[in-house]
Design a protein around this ligand. Structure first.
Ligand code: SF4
Length: 477
């Protein structure tokens, strides 16, 4: 008989009383006794790692009230859409999938459908959803994840639709249970929200202003992860470099790295995302000196032209960025650099675009996420004149890839014959190279090996490379 994992939901800061949690658990336990199986939940996660981590918290809460996860929405008693608003595409995908779930709900009227995440922080999109997808039972936002058990209670017991959104909050909810995807690696929030207001971005509006967790809370969480067998952590924040500036006792991101580097059991520390305007010399020194901090920095440039950067409100120039890159390469010669690039920002001229190409050539990135600019309602960029026609954006985008991919392949080629430590992350028994993992520099590596190596860090000699992955063989060190 599978037992409910009674991890504590910290109800101190939620509207949900512990009596109602217990009642909800009892309802789900009764269901289990009557049906011989637990109620099942399925989460569809769209967007970034921040959302992935929120889904782990949602899963943790659902486990603690008696649900089990399923990969298949057809079998689920509760389907949750954790939505993204960064690009129009992600929004359209949610509507398409909701349409499918509508058919499912017709056959299974007791199935609960919930929608949360960044899309639900926008009043117009909430209203659209309530109007067009009337079968949705629960809506909650990025600041009200902790209220989910109470919202389920309202639907199950009080038979009423539930909506719970807070626009902005100073509160940080600690000690939420989490249902982690991987035992050996974990995401750890260090900040929430963002203060930067890049003109194309909705994050400050939907996730609120930047709030840092205290170093003590982060260190305790990472210690607990290490105790649980976790080897690699990724510290998450919209701008990790400004971590700690708003704490009562200010603490820098560099100081945090030194503290986390001391924790036994943790072997690798990654972080995402670094804002170029806040990458300090102290931080570069910390990356260099902390042996567990991976030699990889994801440093979004977004555009190479100072004019475009100014209109994006990025608060740095091309020269500043290139100086940072030079410092990083000088201090940490084997640093891997990855980036984000937006093509076709309003007003981008051919000359502006060539500045972006120039940065790509000068930096020699190890990889890059490239995006076509897409209008996001409510942002300043959406109001700007000179929106770039789609055909121009696509043509520039293709030219960018024509420059970028050979550089990435060349960077990978330089790895042939070298040995890298790789954390084994997945097994694919249908492939000759059955194991896949990431090197310290965040490169994807495929190689032959036994599935018992899952979660281990092994040494792999690189024998062949492609643009998006490398191949190799395990060697003794
Ligand atoms: S730094 Fe800019 S792009 Fe990143 S989350 Fe903040 S506003 Fe958005």
């Amino acid at each position: 008989m599978s037992k409910i994992n009674i991890e504590t939901i910290n109800t101190e800061n939620t509207k949900l009383s512990s009596e109602r949690i217990i009642e909800l658990r009892n309802i789900n336990e009764q269901y289990f006794i009557m049906n011989g199986k637990r109620k099942l939940y399925h989460i569809l996660t769209y967007g970034c790692q921040m959302n992935e981590h929120d889904s782990e918290k949602i899963g943790g809460m659902l486990t603690s009230i008696g649900y089990e996860e399923t990969d298949d929405s057809q079998n689920a008693d509760l389907v949750i859409f954790n939505t993204c608003l960064i690009r129009e595409n992600a929004e359209l995908k949610v509507y398409g999938k909701l349409g499918e779930v509508k058919g499912l709900k017709r056959h299974k009227p007791d199935m609960i459908v919930a929608v949360c995440g960044c899309m639900m922080q926008k009043e117009e999109l909430r209203q659209k959803l309530l109007k067009q997808f009337k079968f949705v039972d629960i809506i909650f936002g990025t600041n009200t994840i902790q209220e989910l058990p109470g919202l389920i209670y309202d639907v199950e017991v009080n038979k009423k639709k539930s909506v719970d959104i807070i626009d902005n909050t100073e509160l940080i909810y600690e000690n939420m249970p989490k249902s982690r995807k991987f035992k050996y690696k974990a995401l750890v929030n260090i900040t929430y929200g963002c203060n930067n207001f890049c003109t194309y971005c909705v994050v400050p509006y939907v996730r609120g202003r930047e709030k840092s967790r205290t170093p003590e809370e982060i260190i305790n969480e990472v210690r607990a992860l290490a105790f649980d067998g976790c080897k690699e952590i990724t510290l998450l924040g919209q701008n990790v470099n400004s971590y700690g500036s708003n704490l009562e006792n200010p603490f820098t991101f560099a100081e945090l790295l030194y503290e986390l580097n001391k924790i036994d059991g943790i072997e690798r520390i990654r972080f995402m995302t670094s804002h170029p305007k806040d990458l300090t010399d102290d931080l570069i020194k910390a990356i260099k000196e902390c042996n567990k901090v991976c030699n990889h920095v994801h440093l979004p440039i977004q555009a190479g032209s100072d004019d475009v950067l100014r209109r994006m409100n990025r608060k740095y120039t091309k020269d500043h960025y290139l100086n940072l890159v030079e410092k990083l390469k000088k201090e940490i010669p084997d640093i891997a650099l990855t980036t984000d690039i937006i093509v076709g920002f309003p007003g981008e001229t051919e000359e502006d675009f060539l500045e972006t190409i120039d940065v790509v050539k000068k930096v020699q990135y190890d990889s890059a996420f490239t995006f076509l600019y897409s209008v996001r309602e409510g942002t300043k960029a959406a109001e700007m004149e000179d929106q770039i026609p789609d055909d121009v954006k696509h043509e520039r985008f293709n030219r960018l890839l024509d420059v970028l991919y050979p550089i990435v392949l060349d960077r990978n080629s330089q790895c042939i014959g070298n040995v890298y430590s790789v954390l084994v992350e997945s097994v694919n028994n249908t492939s000759e190279n059955s194991l896949t993992g990431r090197s310290e520099h965040f490169r994807l590596v495929h190689f032959k090996g036994n599935e018992e190596l899952l979660g281990q860090i092994v040494n792999v000699k690189i024998t062949n490379v492609k643009t998006f992955h490398m191949e190799g063989e395990i060697v003794e060190q």
